[in-house]
Design a protein around this ligand. Structure first.
Ligand code: NAD
Length: 281
């Protein structure tokens, strides 16, 4: 039977250690503040924002939120970001995606100071990751590395296949695995012979965005499988990009959905906020 990588437990342990760090910082008179900006009232975004606030509260990070109307102009939002960039009491700034269609996402995200970019989306931080320097890393892939390490899964020298090349998950994931000395292959929608490439993987990381797409035909016996995907199936039950029931018997370790990669994302956001305060304030 495969080891089930327990993201819920691992994220809780990390949150508890972050809580201790925040308490210690408070004793030194330092406190940490995250600002979350939400434009419009997309219900999924509201849930994500509420979860971020809850995590801040648990750890002891101050959270400030701006819930702005859908009609907010791009200039108004840029002005708010400039103001927050210059506010020394603010350590992290996050714009909840997706933004309304009348806004240029790239322009907005690039306006956030790289030193407050706790989502790790700013090109300067992406560049730091690329050349192996300190910078904020996109939270979901950073969480995957923590999951592997906390589960004592060695990465160095392993064949790692990442499926997906988005800027938020696939690309930073591949760079992080490279930084950990894996031999990395990136696959995407135009990859030929995906099955055979996946079958070479000691560690297979799946971020395709297609429910239960990966089955046992893609898996090498004994592989570690990390499922980043999150969807609701026909019965409204959460599932991932991997068909867990069919894949699990072949693996040495696998993340479930829910309770695998998901809980790690907010946890890494909290970690980035504390680092922003420690290193840049
Ligand atoms: P995306 O849609 O931006 O990217 C999907 C990638 O998969 C693309 O690069 C595409 O080339 C590749 N792809 C699509 N079809 C393919 C195919 N048939 N074969 C090979 N590659 C294919 O998605 P994303 O933002 O990277 O997210 C991926 C998944 O992860 C989604 O299910 C998303 O909901 C989930 N996600 C989860 C978290 C979390 O916290 N757990 C965070 C972000 C994203």
């Amino acid at each position: 039977m495969a080891q089930i990588i327990d993201g819920k437990r691992i994220s809780q342990e990390i949150k508890d250690s972050l809580k201790v760090q925040v308490e210690e910082l408070k004793e030194q008179g330092k406190s940490c503040t995250l600002v979350v900006i939400q434009i419009g009232n997309d219900p999924a975004s509201s849930v994500y924002v509420a979860n971020k606030k809850k995590a801040c509260e648990y750890i002891g990070i101050n959270s400030r939120s701006y819930e702005l109307p859908e009609e907010t102009t791009e200039d108004e939002l840029l002005e708010l970001i400039d103001e927050l960039n210059h506010d020394s009491t603010v350590h992290g700034i996050l714009c909840q995606l997706p933004l309304p269609k009348h806004m240029n996402e790239k322009k907005i995200l690039n306006r956030i100071s790289p030193q407050k970019d706790v989502d790790g989306f700013h090109p300067e931080n992406v560049g730091h990751l690329m050349i192996g320097e300190f910078g904020f890393v996109s939270c979901t892939p950073a969480g995957v590395i923590e999951l592997l390490k906390a589960s004592n899964i060695s990465i160095e020298g392993k064949n790692c296949v990442v499926i997906g090349r988005s800027n938020i998950v696939g690309k930073p994931m591949a760079m992080l695995m490279l930084r950990e000395n894996a031999t990395v292959t990136i696959c995407h929608s135009k990859t030929n012979d995906l099955k055979n490439i996946c079958k070479q993987a000691d560690i297979l990381i799946v971020a395709i965005g297609k429910p239960k797409y990966i089955n046992e035909e893609y898996i090498k016996e004994g592989a570690v499988v990390i499922d980043v995907g999150i969807h609701r199936d026909a019965n409204n039950k959460l599932c991932g990009d991997v068909d867990f029931e069919r894949v699990e018997p072949l693996c040495s370790a696998i993340t479930p959905v829910p309770g695998g990669v998901g809980p790690m994302t907010i946890c890494m956001l909290m970690k980035n906020c504390i680092e922003a305060m420690k290193y840049f304030s």
